[in-house]
Ligand binder design. Structure first.
Ligand SMILES: NC(=O)c1ccc[n+]([C@@H]2O[C@H](COP(=O)([O-])OP(=O)(O)OC[C@H]3O[C@@H](n4cnc5c(N)ncnc54)[C@H](O)[C@@H]3O)[C@@H](O)[C@H]2O)c1
Length: 321
């Protein structure tokens, strides 16, 4: 185990979640202390069990928009705002919880960061670009978001989270970073998460038809979670408070991604089409040249390799259940 972050404490909001759980493990494996907060609205207790195997991990079960635990005796160096449901199935199920965690939850984390003189990182999203008219998306593009459509609870909440982060930076000089995460996949996603890669992999493993919305000509780029975690760390350790795209710029149509997964997993699945949901973005691909110019970040995991690692996780999961 490396000691790169020995003596540093990271507060990770959303630690039971998919991305935050991997981020927590990254820092624990490098000697840091991690304090995790989560209310399990979309996270799992299994992730907290994995993290609890590290002696430097402390966990509080807490809804962060209702208040933070008493951390007055703690020295905290980094506050990572990663708590938010992120799957489209959650947008209709828990829209107000999404809006509250990204607004009041983020504000409380920023207040804590200010008190502790720590560094803050907001996990924003490619959804701030909405259905983009600029392709690939660069950080200077302001987006094309429907402010009252079915995705607006998430898209607008994240735009607010970016705005309040920059307001704390400008008004109080809080040391802040913002990342815009593009579609990320990997082990420990929920099998019924509703996002495209776990959907396709689980359907393929069961030899069921893969569900493609619309013709499947809409494009996405897919980042393996280990690459995202490296990107998050690169931005956190940089000195630039303005937003960075983090993702993998390889772009696939959804129909091609479905075919690749069927072939890679040796599945007998066919493909069925369902109606395209309202406001579904037609194109999604990050321009990551700001990040690769400022840091040594480069995505390292190919789609083929990431798919196999993710499929292996879901195969084991189905054997256990
Ligand atoms: N995975 C992606 O592709 C992706 C893309 C863009 C942005 N993001 C962002 O990354 C972060 C993590 O996403 P994820 O995909 O890992 O989602 P996730 O749902 O697996 O993780 C989010 C975690 O936050 C917790 N949480 C939510 N509301 C909370 C509250 N009020 N109090 C305490 N905990 C709460 C959930 O229980 C969950 O454990 C989110 O901010 C998300 O918006 C993810």
């Amino acid at each position: 185990m490396s000691q790169e972050f020995a003596g540093k404490t990271f507060l990770i909001a959303g630690a039971a979640g998919f991305v935050p759980g991997h981020v927590a493990q990254f820092y624990l494996e490098r000697g840091a202390r991690v304090i995790g907060l989560d209310n399990f609205i979309t996270g799992t207790r299994e992730t907290i069990e994995i993290l609890s195997a590290y002696p430097n991990f402390t966990f509080y079960e807490q809804n962060i928009y209702e208040g933070l635990p008493d951390l007055s005796d703690e020295k905290i160096d980094y506050v990572l705002s990663l708590a938010s449901p992120a799957s489209p199935i959650d947008f209709s199920r828990i829209p107000l919880e999404i809006m509250r965690v990204n607004s009041e939850g983020t504000r409380l984390l920023l207040e804590l960061t200010k008190d502790k003189k720590a560094r803050f990182l907001e996990a924003s999203t490619s959804e701030v670009y909405g259905d983009p008219e600029i392709h690939p998306q660069v950080e200077t593009y302001w987006g094309n978001v429907n402010c009252n459509g079915p995705r607006s609870c998430y898209d607008e909440a994240k735009r607010f989270a970016e705005a309040i982060t920059m307001s704390y930076h400008r008004r109080y000089g809080v040391d802040t970073r913002i990342i815009r995460i593009f579609n990320t996949y990997g082990p420990r996603m929920r099998p019924n998460d509703g996002r495209v890669i776990p959907n396709f992999i689980n359907q393929a493993l069961r030899n069921e038809p893969l569900t493609v919305y619309g013709e499947g000509t809409q494009t996405r780029s897919f980042c393996f979670v280990d690459d995202l975690v490296r990107g998050i760390n690169a931005v956190l350790m940089s000195d630039d408070p303005t937003p960075f795209n983090v993702g993998n710029p390889e772009e696939y149509t959804i129909i091609d991604a479905a075919k690749i997964i069927i072939k890679a997993l040796g599945s007998k699945s066919t493909i069925i089409h369902k109606e395209l949901p309202e406001d579904d973005p037609k194109q999604r691909r990050p321009n990551i040249s700001k990040l690769t110019g400022a840091t040594d970040y480069r995505p390292q995991v190919s789609f083929a390799e990431g798919l196999q690692k993710t499929a292996e996780y879901f195969r084991n999961l189905s054997l256990r259940s």
